[in-house]
Design a protein around this ligand. Structure first.
Ligand code: G6P
Ligand code: MG
Length: 221
């Protein structure tokens, strides 16, 4: 294993609840919709615009809004989200992640971010982790969002590595599908049944380690 390509939301810090709260506020205020709890998981890994489209489809409202109105609503949601993440600090790094980063670096593994979030650099900065990563793939420069492999391929390319030499790290079903489509080894955190496509699934980020990543990569390659 030469590289570890990380998702951000739900892997490095738990921002899924803030995304969901921001979408819920927007849906209530602008669309008169109450989002079911399942949406929190369904929107994981899905880009801002694609998330809004899913919400509009859920409400049977897909054709009621122009492209411009959709962009404006997505922008509004981002305003709510930015407010919610304002208070993030290094205390919000998920358990085991700081240790894992140290272990991977000690073994010369390159670290890259493959998040669908345009807020990834700002979040890493707030967590004090911006300088720990060798690269951050830019989601606005890839053609297709997760479950397409594009962002993971961009993450590997940004550290000049072949996908086969990399492990991808995810918490979302769409993200695990993206890693496998990129022909990388997939390490996932969360529900074993939901994330069954991954090469290994652990219940919490505290279970991540260099040894687990390396062993899983060896067995999957
Ligand atoms: C991550 C989250 C998604 C979010 C997406 C875009 O993948 O899991 O829930 O919609 O990023 O985030 P952004 O910060 O650009 O709106
Ligand atoms: Mg995620």
């Amino acid at each position: 294993m030469k590289g570890a390509i990380f998702d951000l939301d739900g892997v490095i810090t738990d921002t899924a609840k803030f995304h969901f709260e921001a979408w819920s506020q927007l849906a209530k205020e602008q669309l008169g919709l109450v989002l079911p709890a399942e949406f929190e998981a369904e929107l994981k890994g899905i880009s801002r615009t694609d998330s809004l489209i899913k919400i509009l489809e859920f409400g049977g409202l897909r054709d009621n809004y122009t492209e411009e109105e959709i962009l404006a609503m997505a922008e509004k949601k981002n305003g709510y989200y930015l407010q919610a993440i304002e208070t993030l600090t290094k205390e919000d790094i998920l358990p085991g992640i700081t240790r894992l980063i140290g272990e991977l670096k000690d073994h010369g593994v390159k670290l890259s971010i493959a998040s669908a979030s345009k807020n990834a650099p700002a979040i890493l900065e707030k967590l004090g982790l911006l300088d720990e990563f060798d690269a951050i793939a830019d989601p606005s420069k890839v053609a297709n969002g997760k479950p397409a492999p594009d962002i993971f391929l961009a993450g590997a390319k940004a550290v000049e590595l072949e996908p086969k030499d990399c492990v991808g790290v995810e918490d979302a079903v769409s993200g695990v599908a993206a890693i496998k489509a990129a022909k990388m080894t997939a390490v996932a955190v969360g529900d074993e049944t939901e994330l069954a496509q991954a090469d290994v699934v652990v219940p919490t980020t505290a279970d991540f380690s260099y040894a687990l990543f390396e062993k899983t990569w060896e067995a999957a390659k």
